[in-house]
Write a protein that binds this ligand. Structure first.
Ligand SMILES: [Ca+2]
Length: 233
């Protein structure tokens, strides 16, 4: 009886000492006294310690979306204009020159009838227009151009000193600048009808010669070239 009390006291002291000793597993006094004998030796105590390591791994999923500057789709051609890129697309149909803008906006709300920043743009898109409809007569195949006669040049002829060919018209798309994209046919813009009530306020360009000609608003054209800003899609 005395021995059991002593054992109980010793076991309690071991627990108070915060030793992780599974005393319930000590089946014999022999084992217990062996433990007491080596109580100062950590190598023995370590045999009764259970260390549990819980490793928590946090996985963070990141989705990266890459956008590139491009046109609405592959049917448009992109041109680098320095501070921005401009997309163009041949649009075939049968409409009055003055309705070309409405036609382009069926492709995209921001699309307009394009002007031409330079001859390279003009020739590239006229070649595309010629290829777009091989059945059309190239001699009569003209595309509507995004340009109009300046109000102050309404009654002026191409020999006008105040409204010569490179001054008489301006680009209407809101982006094209300069005069490098104008390429007048010989004797144009002639403002045919000057002196009457109708003026040649609009502009078309031949898909064959890339030459431009001013025209009336109610002339039926077989197409135009639409333009819009390239964007990050
Ligand atoms: Ca003309």
């Amino acid at each position: 009886m005395v021995l059991l009390v002593v054992v109980h006291v010793l076991v309690s002291l071991l627990r108070l000492a915060d030793f992780c000793i599974p005393t319930q597993n000590l089946e014999t006094f022999g084992e217990f006294f062996f433990l007491i004998k080596h109580i100062g030796q950590l190598s023995v105590l370590d045999n009764y310690q259970i260390l549990v390591s819980v490793e928590v791994t946090t996985t963070t999923s990141t989705t990266t979306t890459t956008t590139i500057l491009s046109c609405l789709d592959s049917t448009w051609t992109m041109f680098d204009r320095g501070t921005y890129s401009w997309c163009m697309k041949v649009y075939l149909g049968s409409f009055e020159v003055q309705d070309a803008l409405t036609q382009c906006q069926t492709l995209d709300a921001s699309a307009v009838v394009t002007g031409y920043q330079n001859y390279a743009e003009l020739s590239t898109m006229m070649q595309a227009a010629l290829e777009a409809d091989p059945t059309a007569n190239p001699a009569t195949n003209f595309m509507v151009v995004g340009a109009m006669r300046r109000p102050e040049c309404t009654d002026e002829f191409y020999t006008s000193l105040t409204c010569p060919p490179l001054v008489a018209f301006y680009w209407t798309d809101g982006y094209t600048t300069g005069t490098d994209g104008f390429n007048w046919r010989a004797g144009q813009p002639d403002n045919a009808g000057t002196g009457g009530t109708i003026r040649q306020m609009y502009l078309g360009v031949s898909v064959m010669t890339y030459g431009m000609d001013d025209t009336y608003g109610d002339v039926i054209y077989p197409g135009t070239v639409c333009g819009m800003l390239a964007q990050y899609y």
